[in-house]
Design a binder for this molecule. Structure first.
Ligand SMILES: *[C@@H]1O[C@H](CO)[C@@H](O)[C@H](O)[C@H]1NC(C)=O
Ligand SMILES: *[C@@H]1O[C@H](CO)[C@@H](O)[C@H](O)[C@H]1NC(C)=O
Ligand SMILES: *[C@@H]1O[C@H](CO)[C@@H](O)[C@H](O)[C@H]1NC(C)=O
Ligand SMILES: *[C@@H]1O[C@H](CO)[C@@H](O)[C@H](O)[C@H]1NC(C)=O
Ligand SMILES: *[C@@H]1O[C@H](CO)[C@@H](O)[C@H](O)[C@H]1NC(C)=O
Ligand SMILES: *[C@@H]1O[C@H](CO)[C@@H](O)[C@H](O)[C@H]1NC(C)=O
Ligand SMILES: *[C@@H]1O[C@H](CO)[C@@H](O)[C@H](O)[C@H]1NC(C)=O
Ligand SMILES: *[C@@H]1O[C@H](CO)[C@@H](O)[C@H](O)[C@H]1NC(C)=O
Length: 548
């Protein structure tokens, strides 16, 4: 019905001539086999587009076995076991026992299966309402002489009160094994903001990151803080040094955001790769993870040659860690939405997401799918079933799902729609290129119809962005704010190798081993999906679905 109405408009506007205003029906129909799909209702266009109920079955994008979500991550590579230990804040703050997100942990050596640490809670919150660490926040782990030093944020939500005069301070717990609970060192002098130097002296002082600087022979500690820099309050990264991990001396502000003013640059980290040092931090407002480069661990920190981020707004509080073969990975979490619905709002906590982190020829950071995760996902080929197609669609490589799609005016969408994939986890891939684009092209997710009512993972060449948008396609304009996006230089006649990993409501896109875009999309699974172009000429070759 809606399609017909749209068609009439097109005809009246005398602009639609190509394929006779009828979504071509393909006779083979994929019968839904999955429980969540069989309870799914068909849209008036005969497509499945209802969100599946949120699942707890996550292998690739780890959450807790008990169904709880995870927050800020603290990765540590253990050369002895060859495993990454990923400590995280477990999202049990507002639970019945009011645990205020203590540390838990999991290990992996393959990025598709994780084992939770059997010791359970690795760092507890104090039960005393006046203690600085009545709740614990993010930190980092460093090893010295057989002891693991876990620096953490002591945060007291009872601030301000008669017994809590500072909301946050930096504290220490140690352990003799990565598998054992960290014991708090009550003799360690809690680090509070320096006084008389323009800092917010009672709040916003957290997220310690400790790194050994072999040039100076000292440990550096970065702390996210706020400072009045020449009359302007800014988020800053404060630096401390120590020779023994116990006595720390303030060394000034490592970075104040430069020409930007971030309210808080959370979970900062420095690491070295090749001849560069990188400073990464999470912007508390936009939720983007940004980075800066330097030739020195002490800065100055400058913008990269290209874009200063390689992901969207859903790999928050990301930190990286390197294995003993020099492969570096970045870990963060993709938030859930309230009520586990696509209409919900941002909520703290979610699923772990990890990418391989590398450098391009300019020394800028680029990301790709962890190789073992990729081979895990590429074990089996799914036979794809086409639902329908519409508009100027030409098969480009016989015997394969490869199509050139052309649309000559805005909102006159050409498409190919596939039947739902009824698997918990799978990967869609294609090689995408375009010759011209006035609007956009990309993938339809959860299509309720073929021309308007679908979510889009889309290439927008005029913006040099790859975006995730939820709004109806006809409502998208040049000023629409994306649900999520990542900058990517887009050029015609260039191949973009795209992988879209779906695990329940987690959707992670990789393009050309350069950028990633992690998003929460409840209606990604078990729904009709496809490819589209809008006022563009684009080709999608070798569209395929693989699964473990
Ligand atoms: C705890 O901190 C105190 C004071 O800095 C120090 O003397 C002691 O060695 C630390 N204990 C551990 C286990 O690191
Ligand atoms: C510090 O050690 C790392 C790894 O051991 C090495 O790659 C780096 O070159 C060293 N840096 C300096 C300044 O010695
Ligand atoms: C503050 O202002 C003074 C005088 O203009 C300048 O020398 C200094 O570099 C400024 N400090 C910062 C952190 O911008
Ligand atoms: C570290 O601090 C402790 C007590 O705060 C002091 O006794 C010790 O001398 C200090 N060590 C160094 C190396 O500064
Ligand atoms: C999957 O398809 C690819 C071609 O796209 C082929 O090379 C591979 O052997 C197939 N794998 C299986 C398990 O059939
Ligand atoms: C999206 O478009 C469909 C028709 O294509 C319409 O039924 C639906 O109400 C629209 N939704 C919004 C939020 O505009
Ligand atoms: C959007 O921007 C592109 C590129 O700047 C331009 O060609 C197009 O006309 C714009 N569309 C609208 C609706 O403004
Ligand atoms: C679209 O691009 C292809 C090249 O990929 C070209 O062969 C074709 O002629 C173009 N179609 C139109 C209508 O411009």
């Amino acid at each position: 019905m809606k399609k017909l109405k749209y068609c009439l408009y097109s005809v009246i506007a005398f602009i639609y001539v190509l394929s006779g205003c009828k979504q071509e029906q393909i006779t083979i129909k994929n019968k839904p086999i999955d429980k969540s799909v069989s309870t799914n209702s068909l849209s008036s266009s005969g497509l499945y587009c209802t969100a599946q109920t949120e699942q707890t079955d996550y292998n690739i994008y780890k959450m807790c076995n008990d169904g709880t979500r995870i927050g800020d991550v603290m990765p540590y590579f253990d050369a002895t076991s060859g495993k990454f230990y990923i400590y995280y804040l477990k999202d049990i703050w507002n639970d019945a026992t009011n645990q205020r997100h203590p540390w838990y942990g999991a290990t992996t050596n393959n990025f598709y299966s994780y084992s939770e640490l059997s010791a359970g809670e690795m760092l507890s919150c104090s039960t005393q309402p006046c203690d600085q660490d009545f709740s614990v926040g993010t930190g980092s782990i460093v090893k010295n002489s057989g002891t693991y030093y876990g620096f953490y944020s002591g945060h007291n939500p009872n601030y301000p009160s008669s017994c809590v005069t500072k909301a946050e301070g930096i504290m220490l717990a140690t352990s003799n094994s990565l598998n054992n609970k960290f014991n708090k060192n009550t003799s360690f002098t809690t680090i509070y903001p320096p006084t008389g130097l323009g800092f917010d002296e009672t709040n916003n002082f957290r997220d310690p990151y400790v790194i050994y600087d072999n040039a100076s022979g000292k440990y550096d500690m970065l702390i996210a803080a706020r400072n009045n820099v020449n009359g302007t309050w800014k988020g800053v990264i404060a630096k401390y040094t120590s020779t023994n991990l116990l006595n720390w001396t303030y060394q000034g502000i490592l970075y104040d955001g430069g020409t930007n003013n971030y309210f808080m640059m959370e979970t900062p980290q420095i690491f070295q790769m090749g001849s560069y040092y990188y400073l990464i931090f999470s912007d508390i407002n936009s939720k983007h993870v940004y980075y800066r480069k330097s030739n020195s661990i002490n800065g100055p920190w400058s913008l990269p040659t290209g874009y200063d981020r390689f992901e969207g707004n859903s790999i928050y509080a990301a930190k990286s860690e390197v294995d003993n073969n020099g492969n570096r990975y970045i870990f963060g979490w993709t938030n859930v939405l309230t009520g586990n619905t696509d209409a919900g709002s941002w909520q703290w906590g979610g699923n772990l997401v990890a990418h391989k982190l590398s450098q391009d020829g300019n020394g800028d950071l680029i990301v790709s799918m962890p190789p073992l995760q990729k081979s895990y996902l590429e074990q089996l080929n799914l036979t794809m079933v086409k639902n329908s197609q519409w508009g100027a669609v030409t098969n480009t490589i016989p015997g394969t799902e490869s199509y050139n799609l052309v649309s000559n005016v805005d909102n006159d969408i050409a498409n190919v729609i596939y039947e739902p994939v009824t698997l918990a986890r799978y990967k869609i891939s294609a090689v995408v290129s375009y010759t011209s684009s006035n609007k956009d092209f990309g993938f339809m997710i959860g299509a309720c119809d073929g021309f308007n009512d679908f979510y889009s993972l889309r290439f927008v060449p005029s913006q040099n962005k790859f975006r995730f948008d939820k709004v109806n396609h006809s409502l998208l304009t040049n000023t629409t704010i994306a649900t999520n996006d990542v900058p990517l230089a887009l050029n015609p006649n260039t191949n973009y190798n795209i992988d879209i990993v779906v695990e329940n409501s987690m959707v992670v896109v990789y393009i050309n081993n350069i950028i990633a875009l992690s998003s929460r999309i409840y209606k990604a699974s078990g729904t009709n999906w496809g490819i589209f172009v809008d006022h563009s000429n684009a080709t999608f070759n070798y569209i395929g679905v693989k699964y473990p």
